[in-house]
Design a binder for this molecule. Sequence first.
Ligand code: ZN
Ligand code: ZN
Ligand code: ZN
Length: 373
Amino acid sequence: MSESAAPEGPMVHSARMERAAVAAAEAGLAGLLVTPGPDLAWLTGYQPPVTERLTALLLAPGRRPQLIVPTLERPDAEHAPGARGLTITGWPDGQDPYADLVPLLDPRGRYGVSDNTWALHLLAFQRACPGASFGAFTELLPMLRAVKDAYEVERLAAAGAAADAAYEDIVRLRFAGRRERDVAADLARLLREHGHSQIDFTLVCSGPNSANPHHDAGDRVIQDGDMVVMDFGGLKDGYGSDTTRTVHVGAPTAEERKVHDVVREAQQAAFEAVRPGVPCQEVDRVARQVIRNAGFGEYFIHRTGHGIGVTTHEPPYMVEGEHLPLRPGMCFSIEPGIYLPGRFGVRIEDIVVCTETGGRRLNNTDREILVVR
Ligand code: ZN
Ligand code: ZN
Ligand code: ZN
């Protein structure tokens, strides 16, 4: 799992930009416009601040990638890992960068725009080039980053191992008598100690709050007898982690143990369904069937999973209606849950990568119900 085994460098970024331009052409697009964020980082390695000053990468089939940057940030752009594959032009304060873009665009073309591009910039693209049309990457090229190469899978595995180590540490600490937000702060600290540079979420949902899948972490004081759902993740070396375990403070009741077992069986069954060619929705169906058979179908109120890569939530989605077949290198969560309103909930989540022969888990902590203090 050495992180230097498959170095990321200019060749990787040039290959990704080439792949993106080809995918754009295949989708009938004149090109792609990418502003700072995960897509730009993945394509070029460049991660400038996200501001009102326009930074935009233009990828068009058959053309050299062009990066437009504020002149004051040009030295940073020139040191980006993928800079050798780019033509970089600066625009000084006082000049209209959108007008600079116009001669580079097909006036009637359709362009893909990175999902997180600020409305401020997109509206300016539309004003500058009113005959062109623009659509979001997720709609036009949802699978652009979905298949990970071996280097990316190992980065995701390292992030998963770090999240697992944070979990092993947190369950040794005391829960009863502490607020959810205090346990969440410990989780964030532990993720950082295990190498995360960015924390995206540290959900700690105790007692009745565990029945709310998107409860964050609040002032509730955790008590003996509580179920506690912990769902946490972030970025380590540019790649995401996201894992959930549900623990119990003191000995669980027979009903709590039963619900936990059903979720664990659903998670395991969905994991075993992973192999190339299986439609994404099948992973959801398999998990849902186990929960339905146990009589809890109406209490599994969200999709089974989402992709992960340089962000913690991205395509492909393990959801009814997603017919896309799994391919080796796709990385995604499997996270079924049961939520009994006002009472308690259970969720178990691992990141899984599809390999040639089946699924490989990137989270490997025990999935049995764990009793904490
Ligand atoms: Zn309990
Ligand atoms: Zn999660
Ligand atoms: Zn997740």
